[in-house]
Design a protein around this ligand. Structure first.
Ligand code: NAI
Length: 284
């Protein structure tokens, strides 16, 4: 397996821009590709702003920031990913869109290149099957905010070969992350455990066991968590949580993953959490 030197990132939204930023600050040449110019401009501006904040805080020096930005190229043409040793897909969470992109990348990239998806809930093998290199396809699941969160889940499908897994563990280490190995099942490790906990917190609140503030305070101080489950739900997004719960329930048919009625009603009402200004708490 050739050394990973040039990294492509597809989709420069919330996650893709974080991944592109960390890869560039870790010394990789990065090509970031977006579908639309407006989103590309927003993503690049977000990376600059984030790096400026690190410089202001003194955790990064201005020279290193400029060097990282110099290593980052951006484009709206997927063909510009040609020459990348690794491409990380972070586009919309839609299986058809991802499969179309994987087929395109497979035709474009050199035979040694690895293709990864940052999907939270979709089946990685389904994307791998859209390529002629399923052994070199894996999940590489980062956590939001990418520049801060240490964990990366490396997701092995039933086809991924060991050389690819080894290369991805080495890559994660170069990014300053800690990698864990997960199987290609919905939720991988972290969401498989976290989602039932979050759903149960909604059930407990729905049943009137305690106020939302007391549920959050209880779990925060009682378990040493940085925030309570309802606050965390507002961060993650209630719509996103609902979507992931539905996929997990569909796969496992276990009531543990079934979305509580209150969650569904809140999503229908547009109470999606912080991003919509209202979730369990008000952010207006
Ligand atoms: P986002 O909506 O912020 O960004 C997606 C970007 O992809 C958009 O800017 C869109 O214009 C672009 N895009 C769509 N189709 C494209 C294409 N064919 N080529 C290039 N760009 C394209 O979404 P976000 O939150 O960054 O999520 C991206 C992926 O990461 C999803 O698969 C999601 O499940 C996963 N993920 C999200 C996390 C989160 O906390 N938001 C955490 C971990 C994974």
């Amino acid at each position: 397996m050739a050394e990973i030197k040039k990294v492509g990132v597809c989709g420069l939204g919330l996650m893709g821009s974080g991944i592109a930023q960390v890869a560039a600050t870790s010394g990789f040449d990065v090509v970031a590709v977006e579908a639309v110019q407006g989103a590309l401009d927003k993503g690049v501006a977000g990376i600059k702003k984030s790096l400026d904040r690190f410089v202001e805080k003194g955790t990064f020096d201005a020279q290193a920031r400029d060097a990282a930005l110099g290593r980052l190229k951006s484009s709206t043409n997927v063909d510009d990913l040609k020459g990348c040793d690794l491409v990380i897909e972070a586009i919309v969470e839609n299986a058809a869109a991802k499969k179309e992109l994987f087929a395109k990348l497979d035709a474009l990239l050199a035979p040694h290149a690895i293709i990864c998806s940052n999907t939270s809930s979709l089946s990685v093998i389904e994307m791998a099957a859209a390529t002629k290199r399923p052994k070199q396809v894996a999940g590489l699941h980062f956590f939001n905010p990418v520049p801060i969160m240490k964990l990366v889940e490396v997701v092995k499908t039933i086809e991924t070969d060991q050389a690819t897994i080894d290369a991805l563990f080495a890559f994660a280490k170069k990014l300053g992350k800690v990698a864990v190995l997960a199987q290609d099942t919905p939720g991988f490790i972290v969401n498989r455990l976290l989602v039932p906990y979050l759903l149960y917190a909604i059930r407990v609140y729905e049943q009137g066991l305690a106020s939302k503030e007391d549920i959050d305070e209880g779990m925060k101080l009682g378990c040493g968590y940085p925030m309570g489950p309802l606050t965390l739900l507002d961060y993650v997004g209630l719509d996103t949580t609902y979507y992931i719960a539905e996929i997990m329930f569909e796969e496992f048919k276990d009531p543990m993953f079934a979305a509580p009625p209150l969650l569904k009603r809140m999503v229908l009402a547009g109470h999606h959490g912080r991003k919509s200004g209202k979730g369990f708490y008000d952010y207006a």
